[in-house]
Design a protein. Structure first.
Ligand SMILES: Cc1cc2nc3c(=O)[nH]c(=O)nc-3n(C[C@H](O)[C@H](O)[C@H](O)COP(=O)(O)OP(=O)(O)OC[C@H]3O[C@@H](n4cnc5c(N)ncnc54)[C@H](O)[C@@H]3O)c2cc1C
Length: 425
């Protein structure tokens, strides 16, 4: 992992102003490094803003035993929770085959050892960032609820939570009455919930905008409408900087590629293979509900994530979810967006009469082994690739940014990176 021949960078160019790019920038700025952040869009559009805002540490990766078979079954049904649009593509077939190979117990145990360590560290970093930068983002360390409608599913839901105990996570089981006492928004026929106690939730866009502002205050140059199309090669370590779509160049001592699922095509311009698929999800933002729940949750039978988001006096609820693997940029599937409200109204009062403030779709960057990427490119030693966090990026972004900064300074990273190398594909 170390790069003995590269001196600590004085100027780092970061591609992507999502949670990974901005967290890396924040740590570098605190070390006095000059940072240029490039994004083709304004901060506020990315997956890092549109996600469910559940900072759910102790989340299993996508590669779990049985998931690939379930995905195969769901493949032709565009209203299934995980929809893979069948198409003839060598890249997709290779990704799916690798994904299938990694859906086993041994791999899961190895992943969890790393992800849990990252998870426990990331919330402390969130709290530092929020405190040091006074970010108003409705952060609350109050866990999340796995809310179960069908009484027959309660034991399975509890068994899932119990399986996380060996990794250090705790939970408690709530009856339907206990749940309604806490939060009257739940309907009478909800059976109960498992309360995962160690996690948190936040308004992701408010957090990200706060972090972007903090980076600028600390001296970063944040350029939006700056689309990176490739790299400027050369110099002692492989790269001089990046090339923009308008033909101009931005030079630096090191480049951090944190462009979410689009890192795949940007890396390809260097001949570097970073195979990821974009798993698209949607959100609907609601207001005008008489009651809001106090905690974020996932609805067990419909897989819809529901998060209260109250910032600056607004009282809003976000419904988010569905996983759809298709070519990037395809038109929205309205039937999948509709699954969110339909999946939530069975559990919660007020969803059907609430006002829709906005709708959104974005991509989770997914690797075929379920693990994020954080490491230097094998042939360009001053290119650091960071991303591929799939459904865990908002949660694990801050700790990834810390380790990215440590790597750039050739220090021992704060968690084990041996499974995360950019050269593993
Ligand atoms: C519906 C949904 C719900 C989710 N819920 C959660 C959750 O509750 N908890 C959780 O932890 N995670 C959640 N996630 C996952 C999380 O949002 C992602 O893992 C995370 O945001 C990825 O961050 P990133 O910085 O890698 O990428 P992104 O947020 O995608 O940022 C990449 C940035 O790169 C920019 N970019 C791309 N190409 C270029 C280019 N050529 N030039 C310049 N800039 C470029 C993009 O504009 C973008 O701003 C959810 C995702 C979705 C879709």
């Amino acid at each position: 992992m170390g790069r003995t021949s590269l001196p600590s960078p004085k100027h780092v160019v970061i591609v992507g102003a999502g949670i990974i790019g901005l967290s890396t920038a924040w740590f570098l700025l605190k070390r006095g490094v000059r940072v240029t952040i490039l994004d083709r869009e304004p901060v506020g559009e990315s997956a890092s803003c549109g996600n469910a805002g559940l900072l759910s540490i102790g989340h299993y990766p996508l590669t779990r035993p049985g998931v690939s078979w379930r995905g195969l079954k769901w493949m032709f049904n565009s209203t299934s929770p995980l929809f893979i649009k069948p198409r003839l593509s060598g890249e997709l077939v290779s990704w799916l085959w690798n994904f299938h190979r990694h859906c086993n117990r041994r791999h899961l145990d190895r992943c969890m050892a790393v992800l849990c360590d990252m998870g426990f560290k990331t919330l402390a970093i969130y709290e530092d960032m929020i405190r040091e930068e006074s970010i108003d983002c409705d952060y609350a360390r109050d866990g999340w609820l796995d809310v179960v409608m069908n009484p027959a599913n309660m034991d399975a839901a509890e068994a899932e939570a119990a399986s996380l105990r060996p990794y250090g996570y705790s939970y408690r089981r709530l009856t339907g009455d206990e749940l309604r006492q806490r939060d009257p928004i739940f309907r009478d026929d909800v059976a109960g919930a498992i309360h995962y106690l160690d996690s948190a939730h936040a308004h992701p866009a408010a957090f990200l905008k706060g972090l972007a502002d903090a980076c600028v205050r600390r001296g970063a140059e944040l350029r939006t409408a700056a689309t990176v199309s490739g790299f400027e090669t050369g110099g002692a370590h492989g790269l001089r900087g990046v090339r923009l779509a308008d033909g101009s160049a931005v030079e630096g001592d090191a480049v951090v590629l944190a462009a979410g699922v689009w890192s795949t095509e940007i890396a390809a311009s260097l001949g570097l293979r970073i195979p990821m698929v974009g798993a698209r999800g949607y959100h609907v933002q609601l207001s005008g509900l008489e009651r809001l729940p106090s905690t974020g949750m996932v609805l067990h039978e419909t897989f819809v994530a529901v998060t209260p988001m109250s910032v600056g006096g607004a009282r809003e609820l976000r419904l988010a979810g569905t996983l759809e693997i298709d070519r990037l940029g395809r038109p929205w599937r309205r039937e999948r967006l509709a699954m969110l409200a339909k999946g939530a109204e069975r559990y919660l009062h007020g969803v059907t009469t609430a006002k829709t403030l906005g709708e959104w779709a974005g991509y989770r960057p997914c690797t075929s082994d379920g693990m994020p990427i954080l490491g230097f490119a094998p042939r360009h030693r001053n290119l650091l690739v960071a991303g591929g966090h799939a459904m865990m990026g908002m949660t694990l972004g801050p700790v990834t940014g810390k380790a990215a900064c440590e790597l750039l300074f050739d220090e021992k990273p704060c968690f084990d990176l041996s499974m995360l190398g950019a050269d593993r594909f």
